[in-house]
Design a protein around this ligand. Structure first.
Ligand code: ATP
Ligand code: MG
Length: 559
């Protein structure tokens, strides 16, 4: 496996624990796992968990398993399972050996349940779901024992076998662990460990009509795989006593330890598969990989890079305190990564026509694809008498300090001549529709004589430019925490302007770019050719990945 992590990994409390376990000899090497449920596409929160689990395995030369927690057959699908594998690989990680599935252990899980029954530690309960809820008690009130709690072992064995054989209706009975109905921890009040559910399973088909519950399944799967550190998010902290209880009471030698860290919440978006699914189903976005989605596939399509996401994950760190993170941290990490990897080209997304009155024909000039990376090569930048510039690079009545174009003023055309605006042509409404300009022929690669020209703007020669569809993305929601208020539907905060599609122009050098090619459009931002709709040599489609923090300042004076 390649090592995308920098050797100087940032420490955190989990690393401290691992360091201790290795130093004390408790473990010779570590085994982690990433355990998604294949019930949706992964999101940025999962990316954090992937980077953590796979990253630890890499840094400590251990192993990380990919294990699907496939115990809820109704919600799970092959499509989701495949997308998850693709996302993990795309992020730059490879699981150890084959993919694991909780369903690989259904026979073992059944046998362990029988072991619990034999030990008097599990019983079949006939209470209805409503009755069970009522018997469970509340946070302040102890629960009550079910009247079925004292069934003898042989009766429980018989009933459980008949549950498996399909003799009872869905929901008619459950198998429960016999722990403590008065426990202050509700998870310990005789939790259900098996339920009857006639559902077709993506891997075991119709073999089973009983399915093990998540808490029961997870700890046993971890133990069977020899996981050393079972890392999950904080909402499972109260489930840890159950995790330990199950393993303490079964004849499994291995007892992994569970550690919890705080979930990532990213501002202006949501990190819940269930809610993301709602957006997809209601067609409020264009599928799971819509570039506005915080899914890994959405971020990929938008042009985020695996390196950038891994760097983000490193920067936000791992802890047990709140992990509500500003989008600027993600965008900063992506921008820095793209700065070094994306060739720079010119695009015009809001064109204003410019006619150069003292220039005939066309000429070209060589220009670097990146000022700091000569190895990216060069391309030819063309100029002719008919150009387009960005409409907002011209102002008739400019604010003070304006360095761009105005009537009678001069700017440097990027990689080309100094140009003066002589006349603004307007339509009947007074809108400027064309600029008539002249160039100083003595300024190609040279400063003009006797005066300083500070501003630099980009442009394209009309006859050399190619049309392109350019998709500009903004935040998906208008508020930082769209799902904070439980009384308000998070969809009411969807940003109606999160997508703007414009027809712009790009320079010919990008004509044959493959899908998922990154560019910086100078002064506009980082863009990526769309994975689905862009056709090399045909219809060109670019997604704006992220804007530039500053328009280029350092090179503003370059000739
Ligand atoms: P969701 O609530 O979005 O459905 P989940 O926790 O149910 O998420 P799983 O497929 O069960 O999704 O998660 C797989 C792993 O990813 C788990 O270990 C889980 O703790 C972790 N994970 C999920 N969401 C986040 C998050 N926001 N931040 C960090 N880790 C997360
Ligand atoms: Mg889950």
């Amino acid at each position: 496996m390649s090592s995308p992590h920098s050797p100087a990994a940032v420490s955190n409390f989990i690393r401290t624990i691992i360091d201790g376990d290795l130093a004390s000899g408790l473990h010779k090497s570590i085994v982690t796992r990433f355990p998604p449920e294949p019930n949706g596409y992964l999101h940025v929160g999962h990316a954090k968990s992937i980077c953590l689990n796979f990253g630890l395995a890499q840094d400590y030369q251990g192993k990380c398993n990919l294990r699907f927690d496939d115990t809820n057959p109704e919600k799970e699908s092959e499509e989701y399972a495949l997308s998850i594998q693709e996302d993990v690989r795309w992020l730059g990680f490879q699981w150890d050996g084959e993919v694991h599935w909780a369903s690989d252990y259904f026979d073992d899980l059944y046998a362990f349940a029988v072991e619990l029954i034999n030990k008097g530690l599990a019983y079949v309960d006939d209470l209805t779901p409503e009755e069970m809820r009522e018997y469970r008690g509340t946070l302040t009130q102890a629960g009550r024992n079910s009247p079925y709690r004292d069934r003898i072992v042989s009766e429980n064995l018989d009933l459980f076998a008949r549950m498996k054989a399909g003799e009872y209706a869905d929901g008619a009975k459950v198998l429960r662990a016999k722990i403590d109905m008065a426990s202050p921890n509700i998870n310990m009040r005789d939790p259900a460990i098996y339920r009857i559910r006639r559902a077709h399973h993506i891997r075991t088909g119709d073999k089973w009509c009983i399915y093990p519950m998540y808490d029961y399944t997870h700890c046993i799967s971890d133990a069977l795989e020899g996981i050393t550190h079972s890392i999950c998010t904080l909402e499972f902290e109260d489930h840890r006593p159950l995790y330990d209880w199950v393993l303490d009471n079964l004849s499994i030698a291995c007892h992994p330890r569970q550690y919890e860290f705080s979930r990532l919440e990213l501002h202006y978006t949501i990190t819940s598969k269930r809610k993301l699914l709602q957006l997809v189903n209601a067609n409020l976005v264009n599928g799971w990989d819509d570039p506005r989605m915080p899914t890994i596939s959405g971020m990929r399509r938008r042009g985020y890079t695996p390196e950038g996401i891994r760097e983000f994950s490193k920067r936000i760190g791992v802890s047990r305190s709140g992990n509500s993170v500003d989008m600027a941290i993600m965008e900063g990490a992506i921008r820095e990564d793209l700065e070094a990897r994306a060739p720079r080209v010119v695009a015009v997304i809001n064109p204003l026509k410019v006619t150069i009155t003292n220039f005939e024909g066309a000429s070209t000039r060589e220009a670097d694809f990146h000022p700091n990376h000569p190895e990216f090569g060069k391309r030819f930048v063309a100029i002719s008498s008919a150009l387009v510039i960005e409409a907002d690079d011209f102002a008739e009545a400019p604010p003070s300090g304006w360095k761009r174009l105005t009537l009678g003023g001069e700017v440097r055309l990027r990689h080309s001549y100094v140009m003066r605006c002589d006349e603004a042509v307007k339509d009947e409404n007074g809108k400027v529709i064309e600029l008539r300009c002249s160039i100083d022929h003595a300024t190609l690669g040279k400063n003009p004589e006797g005066r300083k020209v500070k501003g630099v703007i980009h442009f394209l020669s009309c006859e050399h430019a190619l049309p392109a569809e350019i998709r500009l993305y903004d935040r998906l929601f208008t508020v930082a925490e769209p799902d904070a208020d439980k009384e308000v539907d998070f969809c009411t905060y969807l940003n109606p302007d999160s997508l703007t599609v414009v027809q712009g122009w790009v320079e010919a050098a990008v004509q044959d770019a493959a899908p998922e090619t990154h560019y910086q459009f100078e002064r506009l931002g980082y863009f990526c050719t769309d994975r689905r709709d862009h056709q090399p040599g045909g219809k060109l489609v670019f997604n704006r990945t992220v804007t530039l923090k500053d328009s280029w300042t350092k090179e503003a004076g370059s000739l």
